[in-house]
Design a protein around this ligand. Structure first.
Ligand SMILES: Nc1ncnc2c1ncn2[C@@H]1O[C@H](COP(=O)(O)OP(=O)(O)O)[C@@H](O)[C@H]1O
Ligand SMILES: [Mg+2]
Length: 254
């Protein structure tokens, strides 16, 4: 699914009544099948942009167009994964993963098989009967991704899904995510404030800057996959993206 963001702006009204311009006239095109990362410091509008694409928030002006249709609200074709997993605490892992399938097409048996497929893919067989409070952070996040993928979205939007995880687990899930993306043939949009994570994952990095939120640079990542964080080209790109972020920050501070 391709995405076109056209001159999209978003202002929020704070409790004091003052308007906060979270995004200002964003133009962005994402191709079908692309893996894009939105990168930038806290407050630059990454979550807001993702929510506009998801249809969870509406633009104050401008528009978002997905697969030729103007986005007017959420849809199962556009999956969303939040930072805090947001699993249903009263449902087991298996029930959480199958949850969204209830209203969809297909027989009961087909739905059960689809859910089992993702349970196996994420190695959650042994945890399938457990409740969210019995899971570690990494496992909860695997359930959240499995639940989103179960609906077979053409577009998967992820808001810092690994931010709360320790470094080792984070790397493991990053590798898993790239493999899933290669297999599923879907468009992935992934928000992060971590330069290394963005370079490891993305085909293209959309660098954003705050006050108001804007796209400050677009960096193509042409390193072959699987990527190695210690490769000279990786390290070099990391330094240049960091430089880009700092330049932007210091020009705002002046
Ligand atoms: N619901 C909201 N009400 C008021 N201001 C908001 C709301 N959501 C976000 N903002 C403000 O909009 C700006 C961008 O926020 P956000 O999109 O969350 O950025 P990021 O995800 O990059 O940290 C920030 O200044 C934030 O305080
Ligand atoms: Mg955010």
């Amino acid at each position: 699914m391709d995405v076109e963001v056209k001159r999209a702006s978003k202002s929020y009204h704070s409790s004091g009544g003052k308007a906060v311009e979270a995004l200002s006239a964003i133009d962005l095109t994402i191709s079908s099948g692309e893996f894009v990362c939105l990168l930038g410091p806290s407050g630059c509008g990454k979550s807001t942009l993702l929510k506009l694409i998801a249809g969870i928030e509406t633009a104050s002006s401008g528009a978002v167009i997905c697969a030729g249709e103007v986005v007017v609200g959420p849809s199962t074709g556009r999956g969303f994964i939040f930072q805090d997993y947001s699993l249903f605490p009263w449902l087991t892992v298996r029930q959480n993963i199958a949850f969204g399938l209830q209203r969809g097409k297909g027989t009961k048996r087909e739905k059960r098989e689809l859910a089992e497929h993702y349970i196996r893919l994420f190695e959650l067989e042994e945890a399938a009967g457990l409740y969210p409070k019995q899971l570690s952070g990494g496992m909860s996040q695997r359930v959240a991704i499995a639940r989103a993928l179960c609906l077979q979205p053409k577009l998967l939007l992820m808001d810092e899904p690994f931010a709360a995880l320790d470094a080792m687990l984070r790397q493991k899930l990053q590798e898993e995510l790239v493999r899933i993306w290669q297999r599923e043939n879907a468009t992935f949009v992934f928000v992060t404030h971590d330069v290394e994570e963005a370079i490891f994952l993305a085909d293209r990095i959309i660098v954003m800057s705050p006050r108001p939120g804007a796209v400050s640079a677009i960096v193509p990542v042409q390193l072959p996959r699987p990527r190695e964080r210690t490769d000279a080209a990786f390290v070099e790109l990391r330094a240049s993206v960091l430089r880009l972020l700092h330049e932007r920050q210091s020009s705002i501070a002046q």
